[in-house]
Ligand binder design. Structure first.
Ligand SMILES: Cc1ncc(COP(=O)(O)O)c(C=O)c1O
Length: 412
């Protein structure tokens, strides 16, 4: 049977918070959550809320949910057969832990490449390795657009390069870095790759096994789930690292990076997200079932298609204004994610944000912790950019409404 994609109205009806009519256009900060996730968190608290590891029913059920959630996450990464997922409080916490482990394995004179387009969560923790003599090589961005170039990366690596810590999508620029091409460059010198897919994972299917990256991270709260982070790593890479977990656990391996009890309620909710992905693809994903990779890629395929129209509408307006400077790709039709950052030649980003948000619209101004990108492209870090960021559940009408309000604010 040929599946017809659900209408935008049916999709929006899955998200209780969207019913208010408020236009959520700050999705790069965090996405909204479908009802199935909300309901499952509440059900879990009522029926399965326990510590795992004991033989009584709730404890067993809780343990199963945690394992299934990790399997679902591994499928989202596209890394089920070669790696393991570590769940933590946030991407920031997980990157810090990973950098702490590499601190023990690296020596003075080793080099690591860190992309300027990273969120600070994937910079500061690596930059601090310079305290033990590790040399940081900065993969810069184009001073006009904020885009990263693979040629620039290729010129930075050599036989001393041990790690390349990069982002797939800058949370200000909305670009899409070719992770596979980065891995090729890394492999030419035997470097390990650590990929931040936090800003990409709201929009596109991740494919760590196809790309060949060693580590990859997303934040569940930007992927329609609760506040948590997930870090996938190749099993052989985890095995090389000492984690900070309890002494009684095996010294090396992924288990050493999952500290104490996790948010089991959050993991129950996240597992239920699979049935929303099933809804998008016309596939029934039942209670407690782990959505297949096919369902996940199908759901992302639909999201990507829907987002293209939003980008087209937004770029149409942005390109109509000569008084705006827009970061990233501005030609319609070229692949990018619908995260748009811009500055006005007269009005401050803070003023623009405030005046737009008075109209039942949620956008944000600032550097969003990609302050090094602001610095590199010559945008004042204190006021930063105005960011309008959409995901698949936004409508063309919402984008048009935001553009209409922006137009009157800029013309005033
Ligand atoms: C690209 C990117 N990486 C990492 C983070 C940090 O995520 P977390 O809040 O899970 O630490 C963000 C948050 O906005 C982000 O946009």
């Amino acid at each position: 049977m040929i599946h017809t994609a659900p209408s935008i109205e049916a999709i929006r009806a899955q998200f209780p918070s969207l019913a208010s009519g408020f236009a959520f256009l700050e999705n790069a900060g965090g996405s909204q959550v479908p009802g199935v996730v909300i309901d499952e968190i509440s059900r879990f608290y009522r029926e399965d809320y326990a510590q795992k590891g004991a033989s009584y029913g709730a404890s067993q059920r809780c343990g199963e949910i945690v394992e299934k959630c990790k399997l679902f996450m591994a499928r989202i990464f596209g890394g089920e057969s070669t790696g393991e997922v570590v769940v933590g409080q946030s991407a920031t916490a997980l990157f810090n832990m990973l950098a702490g482990a590499y601190r023990q394995n690296l020596k003075a004179g080793d080099e690591i490449v860190v992309s300027v387009s990273n969120h600070e969560s994937h910079i500061g923790c690596w930059e601090r390795l310079s305290e033990v003599g590790v040399v940081i090589r900065w993969w810069g961005v184009d001073a006009k657009t904020g885009l990263s170039s693979l040629d620039d990366l290729a010129s930075l690596v050599n036989e001393r390069t041990k790690l390349i810590c990069f982002t797939q999508t800058c949370n200000l620029v909305g670009d899409i870095v070719d992770a596979k091409a980065v891995v090729k460059i890394a492999e030419s010198v035997g470097a390990v790759t650590v990929l931040d897919s936090v800003a990409a994972a709201s929009h596109q299917a991740l494919s760590v096994e196809d790309w060949g990256v060693d580590f990859c991270c997303f934040s569940a709260y930007k992927v329609y789930g609760p506040h948590m982070g997930a870090l996938w790593g190749k099993s052989e890479r985890w095995a090389e690292l000492n984690g900070p977990n309890h002494k009684q656990l095996p010294k090396k391996g992924a288990m050493n990076f999952e500290l104490g009890c996790l948010s089991y309620e959050g993991m129950a909710g996240f597992l239920a997200l699979g049935s929303y992905y099933g809804f998008l693809t016309g596939t029934e994903v039942g209670f407690g079932e782990v959505a297949s990779r096919e369902v996940i890629t199908g759901a992302y395929g639909l999201m990507g298609k829907m987002e293209k129209e939003l980008s087209f509408t937004m770029l149409g307006w942005l390109n109509s204004r000569e008084d705006l400077r827009v970061l990233g790709v501005t030609q319609p039709g070229i692949d990018r994610h619908p995260t748009f950052s811009f500055v006005h030649d007269r009005l401050g980003s803070d003023k623009i944000e405030q005046r737009v948000n008075e109209h039942s619209i949620g956008i944000k101004y600032g550097h969003m912790y990609a302050w090094r990108v602001c610095e590199a492209v010559g945008i004042p870090v204190d006021t930063g950019v105005v960011r309008v960021s959409a995901v698949h559940y936004n409508t063309v009408e919402e984008i048009q409404r935001a553009c209409g309000v922006l137009e009157s604010v800029l013309n005033s």
